[in-house]
Design a protein around this ligand. Structure first.
Ligand SMILES: [Fe+2]
Length: 382
């Protein structure tokens, strides 16, 4: 018997929905809130707004914002210390993938003890986490609905994938107003990350009809709105559609998992401190080419979801059209560069490839990949 599961939090979506955060936290039973964010989101004024709504609901808050752009284990450890000293009984994150994943990692260690590598992989968390509400300020990570937390292990210089149902927050508040304050470069990188989540979950070995709906919707929305959202940061229709693209991609990959692109990206991200979405842009087309023979029908669907006319083309030609369209999208949003352009050289490839083989995301890649296959793809990405 084929059994599939689909997990998702309560989702509140729409412009102005951050105003629901106080009432949401009251419903999950918390009284003092540990609010995780970062300096950019504070500068944009969203943390002040969130605190205003939380205080209006009678809730105390403690803010933790000592974070960098790629969430690191040392930042999590400091957060755990602060959480435990604060007397807080609930966690809220307002921010992009870094604050949200750090919030989740703090929740793991505060309730389960140990260190983060103890939970690396799938379903290693045994005790319940503090209640969590997440409001994303970027359209990319999908962490507000996902069972993933991705944290840099600074000693091993790689990103750990921690995947567990208990990491799905209780409530996701997706307010497209928040994403409008991203600059164009961040909009491009985060949007390409969301798009990559849609592609990888659609061709994943763990895809189901329920994840397919969300993956295809994410691909469709991102391919029609990402260029606009990058070109004009005031375009609220594009911003709202990208917020929905990120949300639907999050629902898809949380349940279908990802593939070789993310297994490889996680290793590069641990080594070079650039945005995860930019690394995806350098790797995704090459992984699509590698995977194409395993499921050409799926890649033809992707081409169609991206608005490509595949009438009259053979199955393989239609599938290849998806790769062409992805390369065009990446170029149009200014992310077409190789891993060599960011300082990666041949000498790193054996270690990166060996570590990618251990990444949980590789398990659901549609085509089996050996370490040499991964190394060869890395070489093409340079
Ligand atoms: Fe990602």
């Amino acid at each position: 018997m084929n059994i599939s599961k689909f997990v998702a939090p309560e989702i509140i979506f729409g412009r102005g929905s951050l105003s629901q955060i106080g009432e949401s936290v009251l419903r999950i039973g918390a009284s003092k809130i540990f609010l995780v964010s970062d300096s950019g989101v504070i500068e944009a004024g969203w943390v002040d707004q969130a605190v205003h709504y939380l205080q209006a609901a009678g809730l105390e808050t403690e803010i933790f914002s000592a974070l960098t752009s790629n969430p690191k284990d040392c930042e999590v450890m400091e957060g755990v210390r602060r959480y435990q000293a604060s007397g807080c009984d609930g966690i809220v994150a307002v921010g992009g993938g870094s604050p949200t994943d750090v919030a989740k990692a703090i929740a793991i260690l505060a309730s389960n003890g140990g260190t983060l590598p103890d939970y690396e992989g799938i379903n290693k968390i045994s005790r319940p986490l503090p209640p969590m509400v997440i409001a994303p300020s970027t359209s990319g990570a999908g962490s507000e609905v996902s069972q993933f937390a991705i944290i840099v292990d600074t000693a091993r210089k790689l990103k750990m994938s921690i995947i567990s149902k208990s990491l799905v927050p209780d409530i996701a508040i997706v307010d497209p107003e928040l994403v409008q304050t991203m600059d164009a470069k961040l909009a491009a990188a985060t949007g390409l990350d969301a798009f990559t989540h849609g592609i990888e979950s659609y061709v994943s070995l763990a895809a189901t009809p329920l994840t397919d709906i969300h993956a295809l919707k994410a691909i469709q929305l991102a391919s029609r709105n990402l260029r606009r959202a990058v070109a004009d940061r005031e375009d609220m229709e594009a911003n709202t559609n990208m917020a929905m693209a990120s949300l639907t991609a999050g629902l898809a990959f949380s349940n279908a998992i990802l593939g070789a692109t993310h297994a490889m990206t996680h290793q590069v991200d641990g080594l070079i401190d650039q945005h995860h979405g930019e690394t995806n842009a350098s790797i995704l087309p090459f992984v699509m080419e590698f995977n194409l023979s395993a499921c050409p029908e799926r890649f033809r669907d992707i081409a169609e979801a991206m608005g490509e006319d595949v009438t009259g083309l053979s199955l393989v030609a239609a599938a290849q059209q998806a790769v062409v369209a992805v390369r065009r999208l990446i170029a149009d949003i200014g992310l077409a560069k190789g891993l060599g352009d960011i300082g990666l050289t041949e000498e790193f490839i054996p270690l990166l490839s060996a570590n990618a083989m251990k990444d949980a995301c590789l398990v659901t890649n549609p085509r089996p990949a050996s370490q040499e296959d991964i190394a060869e793809i890395f070489r093409k990405c340079l």
